[in-house]
Design a protein. Structure first.
Length: 365
């Protein structure tokens, strides 16, 4: 039995954390045991404990970024006590943000390290770290991510693209629009553009607000997710007020993905950068057409005008035009939805899991 220690540097449930939970759940239980380390309590810890995953909670330091010497000493001492009953064989570092900690643990425990790169960027301060420790394999969630790392880091890295995957039946069995709207507390009659994700400036919700102001009153916007602080939340409120869209923008908080998709005529993702988003795959699996900014790994998921619509200029006018097109052409909306659902079947959780299990097997002692 091979024991994997997952380093999860967030306490929230973002896309990378959700995908790690899905991987842990899908791993072959006759071959792999899983345990985890998180910086502090939160939704992620609750999910891990619900899955009966032994989880180390750091609490102090309450981050997994670069440690001071005293932070490392305290962390190492507490983690050592936690790990005593276990025989960890591999470290699965789930983020570039905890790369420094992953390398420290690898040096200390003398076991293999895999880093799962969920971002289509490589910050400057990580380049010397990767240069010095280029022997550790990196899973890239898209070809775009692999290309970014190749073009950014001077040394050759052991990179392997393994696409994110989902459980398709989970999204195919969605509720009716009427039930979904009732659950979300919104009226049933509008045509809804859905947005799912963490609510930050980089996700581009402000662009959708500006686009909505150019669209017919029958089209509304669902914003589902958690706010990353009050600054962006205030900016969005000011935009809604300025355009007089209070009755057409529905901020529903964190909601089940299936429910939001069941209420939506299409899903919109105007992010400035994406590696290989899950919400687009989930929408396609649910037979909801996707309109997305053509960045990062998104063009690896969607072929423009065949399995979805891609926006090349991330401005409100382009978004309004694309949404209006689907609104005016319900047959095309259905055609994109059907083709998207078929295309998304390439990205399933079992394919992803088996590929990662093969990496574990190649590294395990």
């Amino acid at each position: 039995m091979t024991t994997i220690l997952f380093l999860l540097p967030s306490h929230e449930l973002g896309g990378a954390e959700i995908q790690a939970l899905r991987l842990i759940e899908a791993l072959d239980k006759t071959t792999f045991n899983c345990m985890a380390a998180v910086p502090k309590s939160g939704a992620l810890l609750q999910a891990l404990l619900a899955m009966n995953i032994p989880t180390f909670v750091s609490r102090w330091p309450h981050h997994f970024f670069k440690f001071s010497w005293i932070e490392w000493a305290v962390f190492k001492c507490r983690l050592s006590r936690f790990l005593r009953p276990y025989s960890v064989a591999i470290i699965h570092n789930n983020s570039m943000l905890s790369l420094d900690l992953g390398i420290r643990l690898q040096h200390w425990l003398k076991i293999p390290l895999i880093t799962h790169w969920h971002d289509n960027r490589c910050p400057d301060d990580l380049i010397p770290v990767l240069n010095a420790h280029h022997q550790h394999p990196i899973i890239c969630v898209s070809q775009a991510v692999q290309t970014t790392l190749k073009n950014t880091v001077p040394v050759a890295l052991p990179l392997k693209t393994i696409y994110n995957g989902i459980e398709h039946t989970q999204y195919q069995n969605k509720p009716t629009k009427a039930i979904a709207c009732q659950q979300l507390g919104i009226p049933e009659h509008p045509v809804y553009v859905g947005f799912l994700g963490r609510l930050t400036e980089g996700k581009g919700v402000h662009i959708l607000i500006e686009a909505l102001a150019q669209l017919p009153d029958a089209i509304h916007l669902i914003i589902a997710g958690t706010w990353d602080g009050d600054t962006y939340k205030t900016k969005i409120q000011h935009l809604i007020d300025a355009f007089g869209l209070g009755s057409r923008v529905h901020r529903v908080g964190f909601q089940p993905t299936r429910t939001v998709l069941a209420a939506s005529y299409c899903l919109a993702l105007p992010s400035q950068t994406e590696a290989f988003p899950l919400c687009t795959l989930e929408a396609m699996a649910a037979e909801v057409p996707v309109i997305a900014h053509a960045v990062g790994g998104i063009p690896e998921q969607i072929t423009h005008n065949q399995t979805g619509l891609l926006i090349t200029k991330n401005i409100a006018r382009e978004w309004a035009s694309a949404i209006q097109y689907l609104y005016d052409n319900p047959d095309q909306q259905q055609s994109l939805a059907t083709a998207g659902q078929h295309s998304a079947q390439r990205f399933d959780i079992q394919t992803m899991t088996r590929s990662i299990e093969a990496m574990y097997a190649s590294l395990a002692p």
